[in-house]
Write a protein that binds this ligand. Structure first.
Ligand code: PMP
Length: 459
């Protein structure tokens, strides 16, 4: 069933029936969708039979790699035993109970209480409702405002888009809807772009001070929470300078504003710690998890709350909130088995001590050597490469530049999946990647950068 005719037929059907909201329609018709039909380890195969090194782990997702029979077996066993039950009749299932207890072992101390949903967007949307309820129970019902960041990404529901800072998504909604009231934004902590003459240390302080200014402007008695990704992923792997997160934590504590950390990308070993909060040495009040929670094998997400919030939610009466598939038993069973794999294979330690440092060395060297690249960002097995019109004079490509898309397309033709975000290239491979595969990834990245530089006359 593999081959060109098969692909042509699939593309025709795709074009006729599938909606691709994230794609430009014209572009889609010209190239046709990439149809991925199989995966093994760090590789996927398209419907023409081409092998592609998956430098994006699906979508920052497949941390344990493809083709894990043990996860398929766990899913099949659970489907036979009990495919589904709900959480609406004060009911639950053994896999949900077991996953919550297992998660409590790996989450930072104190974040031991979980609410399950099906996607990162739903989890963040749930946080908004649950945190508002929390403040009401605490006797502070005016705490209703949330602060997020420019280039933050927290999902696609109306609330998640509103708290996120992706302008194109907000503009799209603005065409027919208003961004929800009560959501505010501060700047992204990107020193290379916004730091000016400041040292990274000073910039970390001034970027965090924007949060305090915003809290004071709104009145601390009106601010429910601040939300941020440890490293902003979809915004282009924006890695804050040292000291930023500690300062954010201090400001949140001072004003009794909840610190909500979105670990959808950074969680489950990506940065060489179980969670990004641990990588930056901070203690969130609330944490969002998805993607790496099940390595994408089934849709599941979770919100972790500290005991202060947990106690308020328990004592505060009914909060009519939940989804049919919250705590889906098959997804919970698979997520727990996925955590077992991460632990048994030491993928967190391996990322911290072996593959992460090697990946950063190799990608860092590309950034240092390549005339098209101004900056390498990221940590562990998460990297962003900033493409520059002229790195000598620090001239960025204009926002509408196609350089990054061209680089992505060339990489794909050469058998590497990487992502273009604005004018940056992003890499986020499975945590199981080997040194040899990192070498292949680096080689193909350079090929794609070379071809793109050539077209843009950059030497
Ligand atoms: N938060 C972050 C940090 C994400 O990267 C994403 C997805 N890319 C989401 C939330 C939304 O998750 P989902 O697409 O599962 O709704």
């Amino acid at each position: 069933s593999i081959g060109h005719n098969y692909t042509r037929e699939l593309r025709q059907l795709d074009d006729r029936h599938n909606i691709h909201p994230f794609c430009d329609g014209k572009q889609l018709i010209e190239r046709g969708s990439t149809i991925i039909s199989r995966g093994e380890g760090c590789y996927v195969w398209d419907s023409d039979g081409n092998r592609l090194l998956d430098g994006m782990a699906g979508l920052w997702c497949v941390n344990v790699g493809y083709g894990r029979n043990e996860l398929a077996d766990v899913a099949a066993k659970q489907m036979r035993e009990l495919p589904f039950y709900n959480m609406f009749f004060q009911s639950t299932t053994p896999p949900q109970i077991s996953l919550a207890a297992r998660l409590a072992e790996v989450t930072p101390d104190g974040l031991d209480h979980f609410f399950f949903a099906n996607s990162g967007s739903e989890a963040n949307d749930s946080i908004i409702r649950m945190v508002l309820h929390f403040w009401k129970v605490e006797g502070q019902p005016t705490k209703r405002h949330f602060i997020g960041r420019n280039l933050g990404y927290h999902g696609s529901t109306m609330a998640a888009v509103s708290i996120g800072g992706m302008k194109p998504m907000q503009d799209m909604h603005a065409a027919g809807h208003e961004i929800l009231p009560g959501f505010h934004h501060i700047g992204e902590p990107h020193w290379y772009r916004h730091g000016g003459d400041q040292s990274p240390e000073d910039f970390a302080k001034s970027a965090a001070a924007e949060l305090e200014d915003k809290i004071i402007e709104l009145g601390a008695e009106n601010v429910a929470g601040f939300i941020g990704e440890p490293i902003q992923g979809a915004g282009g792997v924006i890695e804050p300078p040292a000291g930023y997160w500690k300062e954010i934590e201090r400001i949140c504590r001072k004003h009794d504003v909840l610190m909500i950390v979105d670990e959808v990308i950074c969680g489950f070993g990506r940065l060489g710690e179980w969670f990004g909060a641990q990588y930056y040495g901070v203690q969130p009040d609330v944490m969002t998890m998805a993607k790496g929670l099940s390595s994408g094998y089934l849709p599941i997400s979770a919100v972790a709350f500290n005991s202060r919030i947990n106690e308020a939610l328990r004592s505060g009466g009914v909060l009519s909130h939940g989804y049919t598939y919250s705590g889906h038993p098959v997804a919970c069973a698979v997520a727990e088995a996925n955590i077992d794999i991460i632990e048994n294979e030491g993928l967190v330690e391996r990322t911290r001590e072996e593959t992460g440092p090697y990946f950063n060395e190799v990608i860092g060297q590309i950034a240092a050597d390549h005339p098209l690249v101004g900056e390498k960002r990221g940590a562990g097995l998460l990297a962003g490469l900033q493409l520059m019109q002229d790195r000598g004079s620090k001239t960025f490509f204009e926002a509408g530049s196609t350089a990054a898309i061209q680089c992505r397309e060339t990489a794909l033709e050469n058998g590497l999946i990487m992502r273009a975000v604005g004018t940056a290239m992003v890499l986020c491979p499975p945590l199981t990647i080997t040194r040899g595969e990192i070498d292949e990834l680096a080689e193909k990245t350079v090929m794609a950068l070379d071809a793109t530089a050539k077209v843009h006359g950059i030497k």
